[in-house]
Design a protein around this ligand. Structure first.
Ligand code: SF4
Length: 536
């Protein structure tokens, strides 16, 4: 649904989504191998707000990961609406400055301002919380006037709009072919309470849901564009936060895939106890889910207990990873270093975990305390929070020496993304995971844009990785292994993912990238970067 208010004015709304600071969970380097791709994933939240605005208000949508908003965009606007996560805070400040310089009213919403509104004193209006009654009050206020107020005003949601009433995100305002993967939201919220995570406080512990009809309508809208990403990421905090709902929705997804000739593949974030849900896993396999991001965090069971993430230890970790692989799901893992439970042995245990799990992609970050988390409260009580402008890689005063933690991170990254090891893990996936995916008709994928994109990608991979890179030998070994098993798709996937991971990790080891996703050490934002990890 759109905003139900009766509107009397016409407002030009410029929605600006900030560029991401480069972080480990990006595929920024891979974009140069691809046809037209220049950003990771469409911003769901701001697209949702754009769709909810009154029908009579013209909306211009700029994702600065694709291209920056220019002077003409700001001149056109009556109101500039911005949204983003903590990692984008410097860019949100920068957009406010540009909008102010153009004399425009500024509005900020999204995850970061909802967690820490005090960080953004320069915005005229703050939208705190999810879309809901605050959104309607904000729109009513904009309808009355777009003159910047004398003092900042906050609009705080107390009654959320049910997900079943969410409008179709304004995909028509962006070009999907500029993105590496598409995004889609089925649920919001997570029933767990991991110490470091702000999801339960921001989005609740009772997952709220869209209907299957909404999901398939969104897929139809994406398919209506001449070209779209081949993989759609369910951005839900935890895809199995409500297992029954996931189980009931998946058959609709399968039916949609069948009807359209299986044009898409899917990815999501979920807790590791997904491995116990054989019925859901079978449905996910049939629906063509190919990747699941799991916040494994640490291979240490005691550390999991300390961070209140015992559900990850519901069954032996390696067994769980193997089970997910056996349903064709490649696991991507989040890992945290700098935990209070870390010891001198933690590095060795993490390296063993990387080798044993054979997980190719691990986003290894330093612990960071986010506002509205139990971790934040505990560290504040203990006087262990460090100011954001410290220039350090984390806002946590670690129990182990800071330099040692950062050095451990560097050694772990170098270990994980040594080309020989990385390509060996991918070769393992060929047999352990990719071979278990359901073979489906190719008709839905055989489109001119898809073939063109595949050709460009194949050429660039052969050129940059297969011929120029110093790691071409292990690359060709992995390719040979995949081709012998008839997995041509896997060759392209391995090529671009490995290219990004190796290039980025080398920068990180040289000290040119941050050790933490949320690092207080500022890097320049690029037009190419965006995060992989959000939760689960
Ligand atoms: S880390 Fe994942 S499982 Fe834990 S509360 Fe956050 S979303 Fe839920």
């Amino acid at each position: 649904m759109r905003c139900p208010l009766k509107i009397s004015s016409k407002r030009h709304v410029l929605c600006v989504f900030p560029a991401y600071t480069p972080s480990f969970g990006t595929f920024a380097h891979a974009f140069r191998l691809m046809y037209r791709v220049s950003a990771f994933m469409p911003p769901q939240g701001l697209l949702l707000i754009a769709a909810y605005l009154p029908e009579t208000w013209p909306v211009r949508f700029i994702d600065e990961n694709v291209a920056p908003a220019n002077a003409a965009d700001f001149a056109w606007a009556d109101v500039v609406m911005v949204s983003g996560m903590h990692i984008q805070a410097p860019q949100m400040h920068d957009i406010a400055a540009r909008a102010k310089a153009a004399g425009k009213l500024t509005v900020l919403g999204g995850a970061s301002v909802s967690g820490a509104p005090e960080l953004y004193p320069e915005y005229d209006y703050l939208h705190v919380g999810e879309i809901g009654d605050a959104t309607d009050r904000l729109i009513a206020c904009l309808d009355q006037s777009v003159t910047p107020p004398a003092a900042q005003r906050r609009f705080e949601t107390s009654e959320r709009l049910p997900l079943g009433d969410f409008p179709l995100p304004a995909y028509d305002l962006i070009r999907l072919d500029r993105y590496l993967i598409g995004s889609l939201q089925f649920s919001s919220g997570c029933p767990y309470r991991c110490e470091f995570c702000d999801i339960p406080a921001l989005y609740g512990r009772q997952p709220r849901l869209k209907t299957a009809r909404q999901i398939t309508a969104e897929l139809d809208a994406m398919m209506a564009q001449p070209s779209h990403p081949p993989v759609i990421y369910f951005v839900d905090d935890n895809f199995i936060g409500n297992r029954k709902a996931a189980r009931e929705m998946l058959p609709y997804l399968i039916a949609w895939q069948r009807k359209h000739g299986y044009p898409l593949q899917f990815a999501c974030e979920a807790t590791l106890n997904l491995a116990k849900q054989s019925e859901i896993l079978a449905l996910m396999r049939e629906a063509q889910f190919v990747t699941v991001f799991v916040g494994i965090e640490t291979p240490d069971a005691d550390a999991l207990k300390a961070m209140r993430k015992e559900h990850n230890a519901a069954l032996p970790m390696m067994e769980a990873v193997k089970t997910l692989n056996s349903y064709g799901l490649e696991v991507t893992s989040g890992i945290i270093l700098g935990l209070d439970t870390d010891t001198a042995d933690s590095e060795g245990r993490l390296k063993d975990f990387i080798d044993l799990s054979q997980i190719p992609i691990l986003t290894i970050n330093l612990l960071q305390a986010l506002p509205k988390t139990p971790l934040w409260d505990r560290l504040q009580r203990d006087g262990r929070l460090i100011a954001d402008d410290s220039g350090l890689e984390s806002n946590v005063r670690f129990l182990r020496p800071y330099d040692e933690v950062v050095e451990t991170w560097r050694r772990c990254i170098a270990y994980a993304y040594h080309p020989e090891r990385l390509f060996a893990r991918f070769a393992h996936q060929v047999d352990a995971t990719y071979a278990h995916r359901m073979i489906v008709p190719a008709s839905g994928k055989l489109t001119i844009p898809n073939l063109r994109a595949a050709l460009v990608l194949a050429f660039n991979i052969v050129w940059r990785v297969g011929l120029l890179a110093d790691y071409r030998r292990p690359f060709w070994r992995a390719v040979h292994h995949a081709l012998r098993r008839g997995q041509i798709d896997a060759v392209l996937g391995i090529g671009f993912v490995a290219y990004h991971l190796i290039e980025f990790s080398r920068e990180a080891v040289r000290g040119e990238q941050n050790a933490s996703f949320y690092s207080a050490r500022r890097r320049e934002a690029t037009l190419e970067a965006s995060p992989l990890r959000k939760s689960a």
